[in-house]
Ligand binder design. Structure first.
Ligand code: ATP
Ligand code: MG
Length: 360
């Protein structure tokens, strides 16, 4: 009998600003994890696809970018963006093409209050807030359709067309119901704006109801997105799994992260549930130019994203060990400023590495 060490090939796109800092930190903890466990190997390839590179050479990704990414089992992404490049340029040249081409049609965003941390709201206690937001990741408000006439004149008219298809909503709903089913509460909340938007949002309502019939074990309710923000703040414990459109879920997940303590802790997984392409894992925050280069970014969102990545690759024990280590560290008060602490990226990273080594 001989044991085979599984090798997972990871494409790393650190990007810009704190994206590079937190990616480096994540690689450090993943490397520590891999050495301590000894049951798998991670083989990282770095891609310098960033706004900084774009400003120097005029392009984000080379023509064969999709083939290059497909040689990997997963993608780890930091954050992309620069004050000198409009955000829609980086979004439409990098992150959106990757999500679309790699068939990453769901974006899973878990949020909870970690040990040793508190919500900025006094009424929200640890354990009250434990949510998974399932975001539609392929179409809707981000379908890119529309145009502008009379540009740069006072008569300018622009359209921004949202496209919603039954096929995309249907596959998303199945994923959302399966996610709800995997959780202790088994509750799914649909978020739309179907009182004001009578085509796409009504298709969401109908598709949700039809798919719900296949999951009798899941309890459901429906919220309009405006009322949802109020419920998240005032009755967090009434929520569990949440499914929403590309735009709505983007906004709600920033709110969720802030309610849970900081945008710096929240992870996201861009998944191809059919596993025909590599999935992509990234913290939800951006490149944060205001704090970049100072070594003070909270790396926890990147660590949590890394844990979700190794979980997706089948390394359950590694994922659990990493999250346990992160919470030991926050519990001990080793936290960056956004969480009310006085530590930096390096000291938090080293503390997590020590916890991993202690645990194994
Ligand atoms: P994007 O357009 O890329 O989404 P953004 O404009 O939403 O970016 P972020 O980069 O996410 O902005 O930053 C929002 C705020 O949160 C900034 O003040 C930033 O410093 C802070 N922030 C974001 N990520 C972190 C982090 N990991 N640690 C500490 N603070 C953070
Ligand atoms: Mg943002």
């Amino acid at each position: 009998i001989h044991s085979v060490t599984k090798v997972h090939r990871i494409a790393c796109i650190p990007g810009d600003g704190i994206g590079t800092e937190i990616t480096e930190a994540a690689i450090q903890v993943l490397t520590t994890l891999q050495k301590a466990l000894g049951t798998f190997e991670l083989d990282f390839t770095h891609f310098d696809w960033s706004s900084k590179a774009y400003l120097e050479r005029g392009w984000y990704m080379p023509p064969d970018w999709a083939d290059q990414l497909r040689k990997h089992d997963a993608i780890f992404f930091g954050a992309v963006g620069s004050p000198d490049v409009p955000d829609h340029i980086s979004l439409w040249n990098l992150i959106l093409p990757i999500r679309k081409t790699m068939n990453q049609y769901v974006n899973v965003r878990p949020t909870r209050i970690l040990e040793g941390t508190t919500s900025p709201l006094a009424n929200v206690k640890r354990g009250d807030l434990d949510w998974v937001i399932v975001r539609e990741n392929s179409e809707g408000e981000y379908s890119g359709q529309g145009g502008i006439s009379h540009e740069d004149t006072p008569n300018a008219i622009a359209t921004e067309v949202s496209i919603f298809t039954h096929a995309a909503i249907f596959r998303l709903m199945h994923f959302a119901f399966r996610t709800a089913l995997s959780r202790p509460r088994k509750h799914l909340t649909l978020v739309t704006k179907s009182n004001a938007q009578r085509h796409g949002m009504v298709l969401w309502d109908k598709t949700f109801a039809a798919v719900a019939a296949s999951y009798p074990a899941v309890t459901t309710d429906k919220m309009l997105v405006d009322a949802m923000t109020v419920r998240m703040v005032l009755q967090p414990s009434s929520l569990d799994t949440i499914v929403a459109t590309n735009l709505h879920a983007d906004i709600l997940s920033d709110l969720a992260a802030a309610l849970a303590g900081s945008i710096g802790i929240a992870p996201s997984s861009n998944l191809d549930p059919e596993r025909g392409n590599p999935s992509m894992f990234e913290p939800i925050h951006g490149s944060a130019p205001d704090i970049a280069g100072r070594g003070v970014a909270n790396p926890v969102g990147a660590f949590w994203s890394a844990a979700e990545m190794v979980r997706w690759l089948g390394e359950e024990k590694a994922a659990d060990t990493l999250m346990k280590a992160v919470e030991e560290v926050t519990k001990a008060g080793v936290k960056t400023k956004d969480l009310g602490g006085s530590e930096n990226t390096k000291s938090v990273t080293e503390a997590v590495c020590r916890e991993i080594e202690k645990a194994l």
